[in-house]
Ligand binder design. Structure first.
Ligand SMILES: [Fe+2]
Length: 352
C-alpha cells in the first residue's frame, strides 16, 4: 500500500469534494496511520473520481456512509461497495434495503483510532443523520451554511428539523466545524458559533414559530432528479444484493477440506480476492488471484468451474466479490466471510 504524502501529517485527513450538477459535497475521511477510510455521501456521477482518489491515496475504505436518502442525486454507495468491499452505513430509520450497518443515535464507527459518532437529526427526512468526529460535524442536509434542508417531502418535518438543529447540533461546542451536504453559493465550511449567530432561519435564538413560518413559505420546486433518485437510493443506487450464497458457517477449516480434495478435481477453484501484491507475498497453493473489482475480466474463465471458493484477508472483500460475481450471473460459490489468510497460516496450513 503506498504511503500518504508526508504533507498529510494530520492523523485524520478530510477531503472535501464537490459535484457541480447537484452541488453535493462528498467527504473522504482517512486515518493517516492505518489508511482506513470512510466516504460520506458519494455521488454516482463522481464514482470514477472517488475511486481514483481512494486508489491514489492507498485508502482501505471501510465505510460508505449516507447521511440520508437523497432526492437530488443517486448515491455511488452500492458501486463503491462493489469495488472496495466497504460497508454501507445508514440510519436504521431510513429503512434502506441491502445495507451493511444500520445506525442508531450515538452509534460509533471505528476508523483507525478515530470514532465517527452517528447523531440522529431528523427533519429534512425522517432518517437523516449527522456524523461527528473530533471537532467536525458532517451535517448532511440538516444544517447548511446560513440555511437548512427543506422539509416538504420524504417524511420531512419542520418541527423535527428545528429540534435536531437547536437541541442537538447547536449543543456541540461553538468551535465545531460544520461540513454540510450541499452548498449552492461556494461556501465550504462553517462553525456552530457562526450558525447560531448568523443562520437566518435559526440563528439568534429564533423561535419554533418563526422557523415554521419561514419553512412554510420557501416555495421550492421539486429536485429535478427526485423520481429517479429516491427509488434508486432506497437500493443503495444499484440493483442488488443476493446474499443467497453466503454461508455463515464456512470457515478456513472448511476451506482446507476443499483444498485437500481440490487436486483430484479440475472443477473447483479457490479464488484469492486480495491485491496482486498481497497475493505475491503469500497465498494458498493452487488459488487464483482475482483482486476485488476485477471480476468481469475473469468471468468467462470462471464459468468453466463447477464451484468457486473465495477468500481474502478478513472475509470482507471475498464477500463483496461473491456479490459482484452473482450479479454477473455466476452461482455455485462459497466464501469465507468471517476470516481469511491469517487464520489459514495460524492453523499451519500450507502456503506458497
Ligand atoms: Fe437531501
Amino acid at each position: 500500500m503506498p504511503s500518504l504524502p508526508s504533507t498529510y501529517l494530520s492523523p485524520l485527513m478530510v477531503k472535501q469534494m464537490f459535484d457541480r450538477d447537484s452541488c453535493t459535497y462528498t467527504y473522504l475521511l482517512i486515518d493517516s496511520e492505518t489508511h482506513e477510510g470512510a466516504i460520506i455521501d458519494a455521488v454516482k456521477e463522481q464514482l470514477a473520481r472517488d475511486l481514483q482518489c481512494i486508489e491514489e491515496l492507498g485508502v482501505e475504505l471501510l465505510y460508505c456512509i449516507e447521511t440520508h436518502v437523497h432526492a437530488d442525486h443517486v448515491t455511488a454507495a452500492g458501486s463503491i461497495r462493489q469495488k472496495t468491499g466497504a460497508q454501507i452505513a445508514y440510519s436504521q430509520s431510513a429503512a434502506i434495503k441491502s445495507i451493511d450497518l444500520e445506525l442508531n443515535d450515538g452509534d460509533e464507527l471505528i476508523l483507525g483510532k478515530h470514532k465517527i459518532k452517528a447523531l440522529s437529526t431528523p427533519g429534512h427526512t425522517a432518517g437523516c443523520m449527522s456524523f461527528y468526529v473530533e471537532g467536525m460535524v458532517f451535517s448532511g442536509d440538516c444544517l447548511l451554511i446560513r440555511g437548512c434542508g427543506r422539509s416538504d417531502f420524504q417524511q420531512g418535518d419542520s418541527t423535527d428539523l428545528y429540534r435536531s438543529i437547536t437541541q442537538k447540533l447547536f449543543t456541540l461546542p461553538d468551535e465545531t466545524l460544520i461540513y454540510p451536504g450541499h452548498d449552492y453559493n461556494g461556501k465550504t465550511c462553517s462553525t456552530i458559533a457562526e450558525e447560531k449567530r448568523w443562520n437566518p432561519r435559526l440563528g439568534q435564538g429564533k423561535s419554533l414559530d418563526d422557523f415554521l413560518q419561514i419553512m412554510q413559505n420557501l416555495n421550492l420546486a421539486l429536485p429535478k432528479k427526485i423520481n429517479e433518485a429516491v427509488p434508486a437510493n432506497t437500493n443503495c443506487g444499484i440493483n442488488f444484493r443476493p446474499d443467497a450464497y453466503i454461508h455463515e458457517d464456512f470457515s478456513m477449516q472448511s476451506l482446507y477440506e476443499v483444498w485437500r480434495q481440490q487436486e483430484a478435481s479440475d472443477n473447483i477453484l479457490i479464488v484469492d480476492n486480495r491485491t496482486a501484491k498481497e497475493y505475491a507475498a503469500g497465498h494458498i497453493p493452487r488459488s487464483q488471484n482475482i483482486p476485488l473489482g476485477t471480476e468481469p475480466q475473469y468471468l468467462e474463465a470462471l464459468k468453466s468451474y463447477e464451484h468457486l471458493y473465495l477468500y481474502c484477508h478478513s472475509g470482507r472483500r471475498s464477500q463483496t466479490a461473491l456479490t459482484n460475481l452473482s450479479i454477473l450471473g455466476l452461482d455455485n460459490m462459497t466464501c469465507v466471510s468471517h476470516s481469511g489468510l491469517p487464520e489459514w497460516i495460524q492453523l499451519g496450513y500450507p502456503i506458497e
